[in-house]
Design a protein around this ligand. Sequence first.
Ligand code: XIL
Length: 403
Amino acid sequence: MDDAIDEFQRSGVQLRFQSLLVVALLALPLILAGSSIGQESGESTKKMSLKDAAGDRFKMGVGVSEQVLADPQCAELIENQFQILTPENCMKPQGIHPAEETWNFEAPDRFVAFAKDHGLEVVGHCLVWAKDDRTDDWMMQLDNGQAVSRDVLLRRIENHVATVVSRYQESATMWDVVNEALADGEEGYLRDSVYTRTTGIDFIETAFRTARKHDPDALLIYNDYNCHFPDKRKKLIRLLSELKDRGVPVDAYGMQGHFELGDDSLTQLVETFQALRDLGIKVVVSELDIDVVKRGRWWADDGKYRDELKTYDPYKDGLPDEIRQQQIKQYEALFRLFDEYQDTIARVSFWNLHDGQSWLNYFPWNRTNYPLLFDRQFQPKPAYDAVINVLRETETDHASSGE
Ligand code: XIL
């Protein structure tokens, strides 16, 4: 009897030991994943994605080419990290509408179907790109080659916007209605283009009103670059004020956010966000990246450095740690600021998914660039961990201050 009890107890102990072992083995991956929190390696993606870290402060998005979506590794990364997608090129006027009667819907249809299948929203980009070199001849000329009249141009814009918006309004929750209409730096007000020469700001009004008519609920955005610098900011505020005075339905400024390393414009960004807040205009960070092979000299002194720059590729064999750290600090500062202005900022989107896919590897000249949070092997970089940490810390700040 004693032996039997003993045997029973022993097998009980054995059973408990075996169960513990099974539980421990099952829990091992969780324990390992947990222990990687805060490590520099990027393992923390397993714990938290960009969209989860941002929470309900702002949506996290990315702009990618339609081809990228066919790659399963890219698709998985996009789905895990982001909520909202911008088509990099296929929905632009020259992509989707190359002649008055010709529409290329295949690529944007595939793009929007991908978003739908993966539960993602879409930013329609862009309905009018207000630059002559981004506009096809059919839009700016009559059949006989003469310059288009005001009425014809406005009718063409209306037709273009109505067709694109009504086709994709179900998936698009935001539209970049007009892109880059303001002149740079101290120059004039509006950029010289067929649109402004022919209609002043009326083409902007037509584009926004038409977009609103066909998508009453979407966030309608005026998108541009460098408008946080004081000269161009004045023009932005003037444009948005004029549009508002006319009752034009413009909801947000799309701050492209193509920064360069060391371009420390935090004060100007704060002033811009505040001015927009006063005007009742939201902000979206629409195309974020930080160029480490700075491109500013390309346009300096009438382009006289271009020949020299064409072969300038300093980081083709890798990025020095010093540069990497500088970029991390810059991303941290930006995300702290975005957190502070979360009441104004509706979305933060990166421009391209990983370093190898960035447009800054070929614009404005070919070079090896490292502007994003994922590396060429799709792995999160230390800058990714830094951004996640800023988002986590600031979340805790708000929780503890009762915000
Ligand atoms: C860029 C794309 O990334 C490139 O592939 C293309 O060759 C040119 O356009 N501002 C915008 C984006 O609004 O549409 C631009 O995208 C980058 C600058």
